[in-house]
Design a protein around this ligand. Sequence first.
Ligand SMILES: [Zn+2]
Length: 312
Amino acid sequence: MTGVYYHELFGRHLEGYGHVESPARYRAVMERLRDCPFTDRLEFVEAVPADRDAITAVHESEYVDGILSLEIDQAVVLDWGDTVATTDTPRAALHAAGAAVQAAGDVLEGRFANAFCPVRPPGHHAESGRAMGFCVFNNIAIAARWLTGEAGLDRVAVIDWDIHHGNGTERMFLDDPRVLYVSLHQYPHYPGTGHYNMVGTGDGTGYTLNIPLGAGADDGLYRGEFEQRILPALDRFEPGMILISAGFDAHAEDPLSGARLSTGMFAEMTEMLAGAADRHCGGMILSFLEGGYDLDALADSVEAHVGVLARA
Ligand SMILES: [Zn+2]
């Protein structure tokens, strides 16, 4: 079975605000997962709020307290305009982070073969002390830190195929050899980071793999990068769990990128990572929704991705 960690708050963040990272994204994903051919292979689990300690393991205390104590009448801008919070945002972010740790624990304990967290707000741009790029708390980083800390895993790999570079996740683990961070992203593009010569710092040197791609990247280019670089890197690293920053904005129909991936490529990438997970960590995969802004392409791509997970 595949665990799907949901909460109605994920569909209330930015309600009524008219943002591209919209509540309609969550509804489209959940409606599809509840009404797809493999829905009986999914177990829907209501997310719990995170412990503050799990969040402050990657975020500065003042930042976390600042977010959680926000009382928002209608909307406030958290950074320079692209990241906004509305009334339910603090509690949505708290439950998104909670889903991360909860799902990580459930997969580790064998409750599920793998899990998908269709959380909002998304996470991979959030830095330790600030919101950025539609992201408030860095959900996947919270899971990676918890897994390599409290849960005692020696190594986890984070594969970030969102079309935007996950600057927040990269920076949080730049000097940490326990977390291999791999990102494929359009470059140059928002947020501007992700040059191939950033390979980590200190003890973490060699544990950051940036794969910047020009606009217009297609299935063949991604397939080649997986076969020639990503899968060999995973086989050398031997992760104890594979985490995916699953943005679906590299889809050909997406308005926020120039990439041209087909829906089927999200299934193919998932299959390749599932193979690596089978080789190294008993198939354990933990996937997080990041971007993806064309609602039909998003729902189709999530179905393709989770459909592979659910066959495991
Ligand atoms: Zn993105």
